[in-house]
Design a protein around this ligand. Sequence first.
Ligand code: SF4
Ligand code: SF4
Length: 446
Amino acid sequence: MKTLSFLRRSFEHGVHPAHHKQQTEDLPIQRVPFGKDYIMPLGQHIGVPARPVVDVGERVQRGQLIAEPGGFVSTALHSPVTGTIRDIGDFRGVDGRFAPAIAIQADAFATQQADAGPALDWQSLSLEDFIEAVQMAGIVGMGGAAFPAHVKLSVPDGVRIRHLLINGAECEPYLTTDHRLMLERPQALLEGAEIMRQKLGAEETVIGVEMNKPDAIEVIKRHIRPDQPVRVVPLKVKYPQGAEKMMIKSVFGKEVPAGQLPRDVEVNVNNVGTIVAVADYFLRGMPLIERVVTVAGPGVTYPANLIVPLGTPVRDVVKFCGGLRPGTREIIMGGPMMGRPIASLDVPVLKGCSGVLVFTEQQTARRKEYPCISCGRCLEACPYFLNPSRLARLSKSRMFDEMKAYHVFDCVECGSCTFACPSNIPIVQLIRTAKDDLSHRKESDT
Ligand code: SF4
Ligand code: SF4
């Protein structure tokens, strides 16, 4: 029956947190005013940090290259403002640890008008040159993971990509950046999709959008040209519908086996914001120097969807939104399920920052933790069919090595298990602790 087909567009397990999207889903994207100080961490993505190519005291233009990729799994950085390099050194990052960054003081008298460069002749670029251009544009996965986009484009010999899958699920509560981009920049989304599809040699583009964004589905469909091989696929509203492997299962019915990648089932997945960034670079000459951020949550005075130059302190963003309400307790960078609390209002907005969410005591009051009652709800919630209660138990006993046998590295830290647990056990935090410990030990062994 055709009308019920979308109900099958899903994956097994998962959870249904409240959306809380009504705060910002109808708010058009606006630009935050330029401030004075910007901090650009050299490691804004998974992989090797970028290497500075500027000196302290040097004047830079908005969009100018300030750091080159430090290796293959690394991307370039560009100045978000016209100004002067104030410092190159260690600055406090999102997690409170100090890490290398470039500090830029914006020129108070500059218009901060970025000169759009000429469109690049992407059609005549070889795939190798195209991949390098994406890397030099500084483009990463904009959904939160911040994985360098060009790495996903490098497909080994003999592997074919048939489908470009664009992730418009935006399943995290509160966040509406992708929703607004789909509504306000459908043309750029379809242009970027066509560039990526042609360079990958894929047969079609599929845009997966959760059913709670019918206006976005309608707007994109209206903008598809007859010669564009694009389908929009409405998906059931369920968390984490936007996880790559879940979306592939929902759209194509294919499983990506543990340890394998989407390309192993002939799919390349990219977020809506990533695809728009590709269009902005290849058609308008703009590297990644700003992004859309949802500012929401009960602790913010005026929620908003904002274009924020990278490196802007969270303090400036919150101030533009009317400041914090009394009783504010926690600010999360990203969504409430996968985001992380920030250590200070001075930390900068990064490439992977889809949201700045402000919570009060009411939402963050630590709930009393009870012993595991072996109810199995975490197992039913885990979309990766892991055993979260066992992993949490092992982590509490610091038996991290034993957790490898329970596939701890297959955990994507979606938080579904924690959400489902009636005993309030911080399962995902315990898993994170173990993964961090195992990863650090591996790094120091090599
Ligand atoms: S174990 Fe990991 S992947 Fe499974 S639900 Fe928990 S956080 Fe998500
Ligand atoms: S959901 Fe919580 S209480 Fe239930 S089995 Fe999992 S860890 Fe134990």
